[in-house]
Design a protein around this ligand. Structure first.
Ligand code: IMP
Length: 194
């Protein structure tokens, strides 16, 4: 089955491609010739994920899924949350986002945080949602060069390294997106087995 992962982020696409069973032909927006910047105007992760999946399904007539992720910091009442990508401005600069968050937290003791990913899947005229969460904390400085986004300042619970210091396979084993993807993959497997 051909399934579109509605993302322009090639890092994410590659991460997810490694998790999907071979029975699914996972294609990216680039693969279907979609170069639109799909606006994320929702107020929740669920709304944003659905907006992107709906755009692809209605424009290209293909089953599609999209994810939306937020970094929720407890001491900041869940900020930056749904606004994580544009936390420091419209240009979605990862370094600026991390600098802003480190600055906001510089005098705060509670650095606990979590990543949440919501996936919206459009398949057979229905929309299905899957959610993955990973708990951890925000470090005092950036560490590591791997990954993307907030990876250099997010340390998952039970580890002494940030996501950016862990090998991709290890991050994929525990990440918010991997957990949400596992639910998606399990769901797809039940369809192909029935
Ligand atoms: P999006 O929903 O994938 O666009 O992500 C929203 C924000 O969270 C962006 O700033 C991303 O860089 C960041 N983000 C998403 N997934 C991850 C991750 O696995 N690690 C670090 N940052 C992430």
């Amino acid at each position: 089955m051909k399934l579109v992962f509605a993302t322009h982020n090639q890092n994410k696409f590659q991460e997810v491609k490694n998790l999907v069973p071979t029975s699914v032909e996972l294609v990216s927006l680039r693969d279907i010739g979609c170069y639109n910047e799909i606006p994320e105007t929702g107020k929740t992760l669920e709304e944003n994920a659905q907006i992107k999946a709906d755009f692809v399904t209605s424009t290209y007539g293909l089953p599609s899924f999209s994810d939306d992720t937020g970094l929720l910091v407890n001491a900041l009442n869940g900020a930056p949350g749904v606004y994580s990508a544009r936390y420091a401005g419209a240009d979605k600069n990862a370094n600026a986002n991390m600098d802003k968050l480190l600055e906001e937290l510089h005098a705060i003791g509670d650095r606990s945080a979590r990543f949440e990913t919501v996936i919206a899947l459009n398949l057979n005229s229905g929309c299905h949602f899957f959610k993955g969460v990973v708990h951890g904390s925000i470090t005092k400085e950036k560490k590591g060069k791997k990954g993307f986004g907030y990876d250099p300042i997010f340390q998952p619970k039970g580890y002494d390294k940030t996501f950016a210091e862990l090998p991709m396979e290890q991050k994929n084993g525990i990440s918010h997106r991997a957990k949400a993807m596992k639910q998606l993959v399990d769901f797809l497997a039940t369809l192909t087995n029935s």
